[in-house]
Design a protein around this ligand. Structure first.
Ligand code: NDP
Ligand code: MG
Length: 383
């Protein structure tokens, strides 16, 4: 049985990962989160890892006192997160932190020869080239957790990836499917946080409402499966039963289906290449009855369009789009900007970013910071 470290263990993916870990009887050697020490303490007492990391310094200090009787080492900051990502006992690192903060620990985990199960899509969006180069160099397994990418990965097990014609990336369309910009002007965070099919963390839920999530996922798929934007077709599929599809050169299409439950792709990432019984329910296709598919509306959902542009441009453009989006989503959740401004700010930040031939980690981090700063300044004019 593999030993696992879970980064972002207190979040939506992190807690579902621990449910799967519990049902599989796997052992956990490290846990990491930002500051939710009530849950971190509970998880640490149940799973008895060697190490727990809290990114926030004050939270780590408190947690150290709380876990004194257990002998568990408590570490902090980015250094602590990276220590959890490289802990010698782990075979597999499941990275489910939210945002670009996951890039460094992913790179360090790979450098330490760990297999990585990746939910943290922002890592690949911003640092795809670095991550994929490191994966090739170290020959580790990078296993997708994102449901669409897990679906594509599963479909590709059945074939030679060279025979791939295109990827059909499904999207639920979020809570505002079918709406036009005029109708989205007054959307509040509360309205955008109501996803029709999935219960997820706040950031990815807003990304789903703006369709930035699908744009980020296009870039994620581009790196994972070595395909350009022109080989990825986004298809709106309201029922979220077909998790994505691949089309081969003979035009045969394979789909992976299942109930809308993230524990399925999480479990596959943990047991790959094996499949075992788990907590996920059976899908009854006759209960579902009907599966529908529509084209996306890029004119209204400008974030999706911006991501396609960023993907075609490559270099630092994806890091800029992602950084701008992280900053804009945070401002939207604080009630400081409107819903439509997220797309406007991502588009504007992308225009601001210059094209460069190569991108080092420092350049990526600088582009990310510059995009965030640009968004804060530009949005500040409207506060
Ligand atoms: P949540 O907001 O629910 O959880 C985020 C987790 O990351 C929490 O454990 C949080 O800790 C931790 N975290 C945040 N910042 C830091 C930091 N600086 N250092 C260490 N830990 C940190 O997010 P989700 O679980 O929804 O999403 C996680 C990732 O998975 C995202 O990239 C998302 O796009 C992706 N994803 C999510 C899906 C879902 O169904 N939720 C589906 C597919 C992909 P704390 O609780 O202490 O703040
Ligand atoms: Mg997804």
């Amino acid at each position: 049985m593999k030993k696992i470290a879970v980064l972002g263990s207190t979040g939506s993916i992190g807690t579902q990962t621990l449910e799967v870990v519990r049902s599989l009887g796997m052992s956990v050697c490290a846990l990491a989160a930002h500051s939710n020490i009530d849950l971190l303490e509970k998880q640490a007492r149940e799973f008895k890892p060697q190490l727990v990391a809290a990114f926030d310094l004050h939270a780590a200090k408190d947690l150290r006192i709380r876990l004194k009787d257990t002998g568990i080492k408590v570490v902090q900051g980015m250094e602590g997160l990276c220590e959890a990502a490289t802990i010698p006992q782990a075979d597999l690192i499941l990275n489910a932190v939210v945002g670009m903060v996951g890039l460094k620990p992913t790179l360090q985990a790979i450098a330490a020869n760990k297999d990585v199960a990746l939910a943290n899509k922002e890592t690949l969006v911003a640092g795809g080239q670095l991550v994929m180069d490191a994966v090739r160099q170290r020959r580790i397994q990078l296993i997708p957790v994102d449901s669409e990418h897990s679906a594509i990965f599963q479909c590709l097990q059945a074939a030679d990836p060279k025979e791939l014609n295109k990827i059909l990336l499904t999207a639920s369309g979020g809570p505002f499917f079918g709406k036009k910009a005029e109708e989205l002007k007054n959307v509040t965070p509360q309205m955008a946080l109501k996803h029709p099919n999935w219960k997820m963390g706040a950031k990815v839920t807003i990304d789903s409402a703006t369709m930035m999530n699908k744009g980020l996922e296009m870039m994620e798929a581009g790196w994972l499966f070595h395909v350009p934007a022109s080989m990825i077709e986004v298809v709106i599929h309201r029922e979220s039963i077909v998790h994505s599809m691949v089309e081969f050169q003979d035009h045969a299409i394979l789909a992976q289906m299942g109930v809308t439950d993230m524990r399925l792709p999480i479990q596959y990432a943990l047991t790959y290449p094996k499949r075992v019984e788990g907590p996920v329910e059976e899908l009854s296709l006759t209960d579902v009855g009907k599966l529908t598919f529509y084209p996306p509306d890029e004119k209204t959902f400008t974030c999706l369009h911006a991501c396609k542009v960023a993907m075609d441009r490559g270099g630092l453009a994806p890091a800029a789009a992602n950084g701008a989006n992280e900053a804009a989503v945070s401002l939207f959740l604080q009630g400081k900007i409107g819903f439509l401004q997220i797309g406007e700010l991502v588009t504007a930040a992308l225009e601001e970013q210059k094209d460069v031939p190569s991108s080092t980690l420092d350049e990526i981090l600088a582009a990310d910071q510059a995009a965030r700063q640009f968004v804060l300044e530009k949005a500040g004019q409207h506060f």
